[in-house]
Write a protein that binds this ligand. Structure first.
Ligand code: F6P
Length: 361
């Protein structure tokens, strides 16, 4: 009788497209390669592991889900104390409860699908004695040690499509449009969608903008007969003045601001500086919704199958990654070590400058 392998699956943090494709990849590969395997799908991210709330997953549970958005397991965000702990709302560590579930179900390994924060908290779970393999997912593409993450390309497609649609109405009304895209403190999504949709200005968290430079670009376009302008702005974009503020001053500014998002401030200032009407569009969570694009389905399946392979080899404490087109894995320590921001000398930024896109610097 072959030894039983017991695996727990968790989707953690903000959702994105491709989670179900990844779940499917792990499940199908495990059932295909192992005679004796039990898979436990924990509900709502870490909550399921903490409260021992799970679904015993059969082979059929992994069929027919590759096209579905969201996650069939549900997800949630955890309270992560950087580098130290995962805690409940009262500040008590939840790691002992996670370990208790892990031992109770006699698990061999947890496969945790998560973003930047989850990679860091997974390291703490591994440090507590649980075998962990992680998969990098996020629309932000900000996970260190992998060239890309699933969810990213689907969000780029949606964001690009939003800006494509805005173009015609911006043109009809000769308006400035500021479109604010997600990505937290990293500009990958905005850079890709901005280039893909032919935005005139791209504002990124990594390159503080001078609003006067943006206004100058819009003016020069107007002089050339281009009556409208498209500004793709990351939600984490910051001005050259605001970047100088310390944490306290920045908090006070946000509290006192009449604007709930940076795009409104940018639109107001551009209207004042250019005299041209400006409007704002925020696609928000729309960027994270709906079915994964084919590229994300493929990537998530590759990552899921690679996680199964690591389980077979009993190589734990690792994050599956893609580097130069090759599926590989890195240690959780490396994955958790930093956030992958957009390098300001990235060749795509240089190329965008070469074709005349303004970054406000
Ligand atoms: O990390 C993914 C992300 O969608 C970010 O781009 C965004 O800032 C954040 O999550 C939104 O979080 P929530 O879904 O909790 O509002």
């Amino acid at each position: 009788m072959k030894r039983m392998t017991r695996v727990g699956l968790i989707t953690s943090g903000g959702d994105c497209q491709g989670l179900n494709a990844a779940i499917r990849g792990v499940g199908k590969a495990l059932f295909n390669k192992l005679d004796n395997v039990e898979i436990y799908g924990f509900y709502d991210g870490y909550r399921g592991l903490i409260e021992c709330d799970y679904k015993y997953m059969e082979s059929k549970d992994f069929s027919g889900i590759i096209t579905e958005g969201g996650t069939i397991l549900g997800t949630s965000r955890q309270n992560y104390v950087p580098g130290k702990d995962i805690v409940d709302d009262e500040g008590n560590s939840v790691i002992p409860k996670m370990l208790a579930t892990y031992n109770r179900l006699n698990l061999d390994c947890l496969v945790i699908m998560g973003g930047n924060g989850t990679q860091k908290s997974s390291k703490l779970i591994a440090d507590a004695g649980m075998n962990v393999i992680t998969l990098p997912k996020t629309i932000d593409n900000d996970i260190y040690g992998t060239d890309t993450t699933f969810g990213f390309q689907s969000a780029v497609d949606i964001a690009t499509n939003v800006i494509d649609y805005i173009h015609s109405t911006a043109s009809s009304h000769s308006r400035i449009f500021v479109i604010e895209l997600m990505g937290r403190d990293a500009g990958w999504l905005t850079l890709h969608a901005g280039i893909g949709s032919g935005a005139d200005v791209i504002l990124l968290p990594e390159i503080p903008y001078d609003i006067n430079k943006v206004a100058e670009l819009i003016e020069s376009r107007r002089k050339k007969g281009r009556s409208f302008s498209i500004v793709a702005c990351a939600e984490g974009a910051v001005s050259i003045d605001d970047i100088k503020l310390d944490e306290e001053a920045s908090r006070r500014k946000k509290e006192n601001s009449k604007h709930s998002a940076v795009c409104y401030e940018i639109a107001d200032e551009l209207e004042r500086l250019t005299g041209q009407e400006a409007r704002v569009t925020i696609p928000g969570h729309y960027q994270r919704g709906g079915p994964p694009c084919p590229a994300d389905r493929v990537l998530a399946t590759q990552f899921g199958a690679a996680a199964a392979e690591l389980i077979l080899k009993q190589q734990y404490g690792r994050m599956v990654a893609i580097k130069d087109g090759e599926i590989t894995s890195i240690t959780l320590e490396e994955a958790a070590s930093q956030t992958k921001f957009l390098p300001v000398d990235h060749p795509m930024i240089q190329m965008a400058r070469d074709i005349g896109i303004c970054f406000g610097d």
